[in-house]
Ligand binder design. Structure first.
Ligand code: SF4
Ligand code: SF4
Length: 261
């Protein structure tokens, strides 16, 4: 016991410096392919690259391959199978939050009083467990979201934000809807991970709705499978006007296309 206490004192503060400082520790993000869109001289090469992606995150358009981050599940097939590492660039950042709402509309949702006090209700709408494990990390000393004014609440009646993981199984359709309706205004919805965005590896079926936006309005999305804790923090900070989200015109759909919002 004393050894652990002494080790803690010796190491000092180990909590991440994000958002004041960029996090540079190894392994904090699974990353995304970068350097896309990329134009190939041979259309066959473009086709081979796009065809190796199981989630249609890589799409061929003529001789070009484009990347759709909302669909990526970090399987690394494009990295391992196609291009030698020196030709294939990978970016390990984590500020991935995207919003289908215009910046001004999102900023109006929560006024200044929410900047350091936002309460989150987490809903497991059929997640595999990995997204939930990343959320759990936010409550631990390394990411420590309390220092930034974000808190979990067990009831939607106290919640400002509904954080949803999973493709929304048929069994969770009604509980999710009831939780959303029970929240007081102003309220927002965060779709966490590929499943909550478009159904991810589960897609849509008799048992799955294929994403949160098919049931309730979504304010912000965090791509990834699972998204790392820093990407979730980026979305939370963006919701209260302390970070800039990326803008998306559409949300990925289970059919492989995108639905406009
Ligand atoms: S990591 Fe996998 S899912 Fe993501 S773009 Fe590459 S092949 Fe597609
Ligand atoms: S997005 Fe990936 S990690 Fe998250 S629930 Fe779906 S399959 Fe699991």
């Amino acid at each position: 016991m004393w050894e652990w206490v002494w080790e803690g004192i010796r190491q000092g503060i180990v909590t991440t410096g994000y958002p004041a400082r960029a996090e540079t520790a190894a392994g904090v993000s699974p990353g995304f392919p970068s350097g896309l869109p990329r134009t190939f001289t041979d259309p066959e090469e473009a086709e081979t690259l796009a065809a190796c992606c199981p989630s249609e995150a890589l799409v061929r358009e003529g001789r070009q391959v484009i990347f759709r981050d909302q669909r990526c599940i970090h399987c690394y097939r494009c990295l391992r199978r196609i291009a030698p590492p020196q030709e294939w660039r990978w970016q390990g950042n984590y500020e991935w939050a995207v919003s289908p709402r215009p910046r001004a509309e999102l900023a109006k949702k929560f006024d200044k009083s929410f900047r350091r006090s936002l309460h989150l209700r987490v809903i497991d709408a059929g997640a595999c467990g990995a997204c939930l494990s990343e959320i759990e990390q936010l409550n631990k000393p390394y990411y420590n979201m309390h220092r930034l004014g974000f808190f979990l609440t067990p009831t939607p009646r106290d919640a400002d934000l509904l954080l949803v993981a999973g493709p929304v199984t048929e069994h969770m359709r009604l509980p999710l809807l009831k939780a959303y309706e029970a929240m007081p205004a102003p309220k927002a919805v965060l779709a966490l991970g590929a499943c909550a965005i478009y159904g991810g590896v589960f897609g849509s079926s008799f048992a799955s709705l294929g994403g949160v936006s098919s049931l309730i309005p979504v304010d912000i999305l965090v791509p990834g499978c699972p998204p790392p804790p820093l990407a979730i923090l980026h979305a939370l900070l963006a919701l209260v006007g302390r970070a800039e989200p990326h803008r998306c015109e559409s949300i990925a759909s289970p059919q492989g296309g995108e639905s406009h919002v």
